[in-house]
Design a protein around this ligand. Sequence first.
Ligand code: R5P
Length: 299
Amino acid sequence: MKEKLCVLAGPASKDLAKNVAKILNAELIDVELKIFPDGESKVRIDGDLHGKLAVIVQSTYPPVDTHLMQSLFMIGKAVKMGASVCAVIPYLAYARQDKEFLHGEAVSMELVGNLFNSSGAKNLVSVDVHSQMALSYLKIPAYNVSAVPLLANYFKSQKLAQPLAVSPDTGGAARAQEFARNIGTSSIALPKFRDRNTGEVTIDLNAPELKTAKGRDAILIDDIISTGGSIVKATEALLKAGCRKVFVACTHALLLNGALEKIMNAGASEVVATNTVPSQVSKVDVAPAICDQVSKLNE
Ligand code: R5P
C-alpha cells in the first residue's frame, strides 16, 4: 500500500538524504542535533510525521556509536510521532564483527541487530552490508542494496586497457564478479590473510591468480576501506605482477589513519567511493539504488 513519504535527514547523512528526497519526490524533514559536553546526543525532529512513511537516512560511520545511537533515537521518536519507519542505514557499522573470530570475543553485530529489531522500525535498508551473516541478525525485514552497478558505471566511461576486476580477498569474490559483469570483463580474487591478533594483512605474491593481471588495468573492488591495509597490499601485489594501472573502487570509504595517502603512495591511480560515508573520494551517489528499494517497499 502506498503511504505518504517523507525523508528524515539524519545528522550523519544530510546530503545523501537530500538526494533521496529529491528522487522520491518526498518532503525532506530536518533533524536538529545537539551534542552535550559529555558527548551525549539529543535529536529533535522538525516536522509532522503522523500517518506517514518516514524514511530515516543515517549512516553509522565514525563516530560509530554516536551515529548509531542517533539513528535509534530518530527511529524511536518517529514511531512515537505516528510514522511507520523505514530505517536507511547506508553504512552499517559492526557488520564485520559478525562472529566470534577469537575465543571470548563479543559478536557485536548480534547486539546491533537486536537494537534495530526492537527500535520500532518496520524495515531496514542498507548498502553493501559486509556479509549475509551480519544481515541475519536483523529479524525485521532487512534489504541489502548493491552499489556495485553504480561504481561500475563510473568506470565504464574511463578508457581502461583490458580491465580486470579484482577483489582483495576471496570473501569479496562475488562482488568482483558482479563488477566484472557490469563492465563486461573478467575478475579474480586474491588470497588475503589477516592476522586476527595484530590486524596485519598479507597477500601471497606468488598466487596463480596474479598471472592474469599482467599488462592490464586492474580495478580493485571492496566493500570497505578502513585503514587501507588490504588495498595497499593488493595494489602492491598487482603492480608487482605487471599491471599497467591499478584503480580502486569501494562502497564505504572510512579512510582512517591516512589510508588514502597510503593507497596513493602504493601506486594506485585513483580511488573512487560512494557517498554512504562522506569523503574526498565519494564521487558516486547511492541515492538511486536506495530509492529503488524504498519505492518497492512502498508499492
Ligand atoms: C574485510 O573483509 C573487508 O571487506 C575490507 O577488506 C576490510 O575491512 C578493509 O579494512 P582495511 O582497509 O583496514 O584493510
